[in-house]
Design a protein around this ligand. Structure first.
Ligand code: FES
Length: 399
C-alpha cells in the first residue's frame, strides 16, 4: 500500500524538493534554464475548454532570463497553418480561472508541421508566469487561433521595401513576416527595426541576425536600445516612438536604403508606441494605406468607459440561425454567448487578434480598451465581441 502525504504537506515538500534540485543543479555547474519546468505538478491542469486545440510542446529554446521560444506540434500530426503576422492564444489555468494570453507566432509559416511562439514574462502577469514555469517538452497547451491580421499579404510579383518596426514582443510576428516576405518575394527587400531597453532583451535577436546573414543583399537589421554596453554597434536612444522615428529618419536618409523601392510599413508594439509611430509616419507623408499596425495588448486601459448597468439583449447569428443572447451587466457579448451555449468565433478573448469581429446591424456597444480595431473600423460598425458591452438592444451579423 502506498503512503501519501496530506496535500497541505505534500505541496510545500514538492516545492522544497524542486528548489533544492534547482540549487544543486547550479552548484553542479549545470543550472536549470529559466524556462524549464520546475516540477510536473506545478503545471496547471490542462484546461478542457470548448473550441481550444491541444498542441504538444516539442522544444523549448531559452532566449534570455525572461523569455523563451516554444515549439508546438499537433499531437495528431496535423499541420498547423498560419499566416505570417498572426498570434496564437494560449489558455492558462491560474488561481482557479482560465486566462487567455496571445503570443506572436515567430516561425516560418511555410514549415507547417510545427510552429513556434515567443513567450516573455510580463510584469505582474501571473498567468504568463504560470505558463513559463510549467513549460516542459511533451506538455500539452490548449490554444486558440492562429488569429489576427497584420501586413499586406504575400505577392511573389511585388517589388517593395518592407519596413518592420517593433518593440519588445512585437519582434515575434515581425520575424515570421520577414521570413515569409524574403522567401516569397524575391524582388522585395526587408528592414527590421527592433527596440528594447537593453541588448539582452532584444527578443529573437539571434534568429534575426541569422536571417540577416542569410540575406545580406535584401535584409537589413537595426537595433535600438536605451542602455548600451561598451562596444554596442546598434543605435542608442529611448525605445519609444520618438527614438524609433529618429531611427527611421536616419535610415531614410541613408543612401541606397531599400534600393529606391516603394515602402510599406509594419508597426507592432504597445498602443502608445504604435499610435506615436503612426503619427510620426503620417507627419512624414506616409499614407495610411501603406501602414499595417498591430497593437499588443499587455495592460488594461486606465480610463475604461463606464459599462451599462442592466441586462441587454443582443441578437447574433450562429450556425445559420439567429439567436438572442442576454448579456448581464459587466459581461461581454462573447462571454454571455458562451454562457448560453452559443459558439461565436473568437481566439484571444482580450481584444488583441480580431478573430471575434462582427458587424453591428443596429444598436450601440462600448469596447473595453485597448483593442485592435482602428477608429475607422469602430465607426463603421465593426464589433469585437470579446471586449464589447451592449448599451441597449443590439443586433450583430458575421463579418
Ligand atoms: S477574440 Fe481576439 S479580439 Fe476578440
Amino acid at each position: 500500500m502506498g503512503f501519501s502525504l496530506p496535500a497541505t504537506l505534500s505541496i510545500p515538500l514538492r516545492t522544497l524538493r524542486r528548489d533544492l534540485h534547482a540549487a544543486t543543479a547550479g552548484l553542479r555547474g549545470r543550472p536549470l534554464p529559466p524556462c524549464s519546468t520546475r516540477s510536473g505538478e506545478a503545471w496547471p491542469d490542462p484546461v478542457a475548454v470548448r473550441d481550444a486545440r491541444p498542441l504538444r510542446v516539442d522544444e523549448i529554446d531559452v532566449l534570455d532570463g525572461d523569455a523563451c521560444r516554444v515549439w508546438l506540434v499537433d499531437p495528431s500530426g496535423a499541420p498547423i497553418r498560419f499566416t505570417a503576422g498572426q498570434f496564437l492564444t494560449v489558455l492558462v489555468s491560474v488561481g482557479g480561472r482560465v486566462e487567455a494570453r496571445a503570443f506572436g507566432l515567430c516561425s516560418d509559416p511555410a514549415a507547417g508541421e510545427r510552429v513556434a511562439i515567443a513567450v516573455r514574462r510580463r510584469p505582474g502577469d501571473s498567468a504568463v508566469d504560470a505558463l513559463i514555469d510549467g513549460l516542459r517538452v511533451g506538455r500539452r497547451l490548449h490554444v486558440r487561433g492562429p488569429a489576427g491580421r497584420h501586413g499586406f499579404g504575400l505577392d511573389p510579383d511585388r517589388r517593395a521595401h518592407h519596413v518592420l518596426i517593433a518593440e519588445g514582443e512585437g519582434a515575434a510576428p515581425h520575424l515570421a513576416l520577414a521570413i515569409a516576405l524574403l522567401g516569397t518575394e524575391p524582388r522585395s527587400r526587408c528592414t527590421v527595426i527592433l527596440a528594447d531597453r537593453r541588448p539582452s532583451r532584444l527578443l529573437l535577436r539571434r534568429s534575426l541576425e541569422d536571417l540577416a546573414a542569410a540575406h545580406p543583399d535584401r535584409f537589413r537589421l537595426v537595433f535600438l536600445v536605451e542602455e548600451a554596453p561598451a562596444g554596442w554597434e546598434g543605435l542608442v536612444g529611448p525605445p519609444g516612438a520618438d527614438g524609433l522615428i529618429d531611427a527611421v529618419d536616419g535610415f531614410r536618409g541613408s543612401a541606397g536604403a531599400g534600393g529606391g523601392l516603394p515602402r510599406v510599413w509594419y508597426l507592432c508594439g504597445s498602443t502608445g508606441l504604435v499610435d506615436g509611430l503612426e503619427a510620426g509616419l503620417a507627419a512624414r507623408g506616409v499614407a495610411p494605406a501603406d501602414i499595417s499596425a498591430w497593437r499588443l495588448l499587455v495592460s488594461p486601459d486606465p480610463q475604461a468607459p463606464p459599462l451599462p448597468s442592466g441586462t441587454q439583449r443582443v441578437r447574433v447569428r450562429a450556425g445559420g440561425t439567429s439567436r438572442t443572447v442576454l448579456v448581464p451587466p459587466g459581461a461581454t457579448i462573447l462571454e454571455a454567448a458562451r454562457a448560453s451555449g452559443i459558439a461565436l468565433p473568437s481566439s484571444c478573448t482580450v481584444g488583441g487578434c480580431g478573430a471575434c469581429r462582427q458587424r453591428r446591424v443596429r444598436g450601440r456597444v462600448v469596447h473595453r480598451r485597448p483593442h485592435c480595431l482602428t477608429a475607422e473600423e469602430e465607426a463603421a460598425g465593426v464589433v469585437l465581441t470579446c471586449v464589447a458591452h451592449p448599451l441597449g438592444p443590439v443586433e450583430l451579423e458575421p463579418l
